[in-house]
Design a protein around this ligand. Structure first.
Ligand SMILES: C[S@@+](CC[C@H](N)C(=O)[O-])C[C@H]1O[C@@H](n2cnc3c(N)ncnc32)[C@H](O)[C@@H]1O
Length: 235
């Protein structure tokens, strides 16, 4: 097993910048297209209503933000924040092509540039496992969400039970890095992926981190045999 080290923000930013153009394609290959369904379920857990203000943190190429936009409608507003300018550039191009009104802006998840209680709903998808100051990131999400608003986290997690545990070992530790090397010049980014999940707290512990960050009534559900977790807490 390779050494498990904390991700350095500058390294994480550089790595995601390097894979920004291929990110959507890789996502689809590596999840067999299932990531669209997982995002829909995450948005359903956040339960945005027409007219709501929603924030998507670590927004990357913007797919979760676009899914939120579909729910808040033209009377609502969605902001997507990321600290990789190259990811943001791809997200903005996609927004332009789709005629989307999502506002993508630079920002750090551990220091959000918004007033307290600015949003009804905040989501983060496949983002927090890259953040060393995890509790700080959730505290920021809780701060910018209005009381009673929802904070939802969609993330990869390690399954506890066989046979999924065995399958996961093959898929994530071997297949994902191999496909990454084949499809992208930035193969090391995909070797980083399994490391980032190994270091990340399992679902029950993540729920406790969210509670310690000030979120109430934190619940989670596991998908895809325990490979994916959706956590939801109330601000
Ligand atoms: C795996 S991608 C996920 C993108 C998108 N949310 C999705 O569901 O496909 C992780 C993203 O988190 C961003 N990120 C990581 N740490 C961050 C931080 N501290 N603040 C803002 N963005 C961050 C990266 O730049 C990258 O775009």
């Amino acid at each position: 097993m390779s050494a498990v080290t904390e991700p350095r923000p500058a390294r994480v930013r550089e790595m995601f910048g390097g894979i920004a153009r291929r990110y959507d394609l890789m996502n689809t290959i590596m999840t067999g297209g299932l990531h669209h369904r997982w995002r829909r379920l995450a948005v359903a857990a956040a339960a945005p209503a027409p007219g709501d203000r929603a924030l998507d943190v670590c927004s990357g190429t913007g797919d979760l933000a676009f899914a939120l936009e579909g729910k808040v409608g033209p009377s609502g507003a969605v902001v997507g924040v990321d600290f990789s300018r190259r990811m943001l550039a791809v997200a903005k191009q996609k927004a332009h092509r789709r005629g989307s009104g999502v506002e993508f802006q630079w920002g750090d998840a551990t220091d959000l540039d918004f007033e307290d209680d600015s949003f009804d709903v905040v989501t983060v998808g496949f983002g927090v496992r890259n953040i060393p100051r995890l509790q700080r990131a959730f505290a920021e999400m809780a701060r910018v969400t209005r009381p009673g608003g929802r904070v939802v986290c969609l993330e990869i997690t390690r399954p506890e039970r066989q046979p999924f545990r065995g399958f996961y070992g093959i898929w994530f530790d071997r297949l994902v890095p191999a496909v990454g090397r084949a499809v992208s010049r930035h193969g090391s980014a995909y070797a980083y992926l399994p490391q980032s999940v190994r270091r990340f707290p399992p679902a029950p512990e993540l729920a406790r981190v969210m509670e310690d960050a000030g979120l109430a009534d934190v619940h989670y559900r596991l998908l895809a045999g325990g490979i994916i977790a959706i956590h939801r807490g109330l601000a």
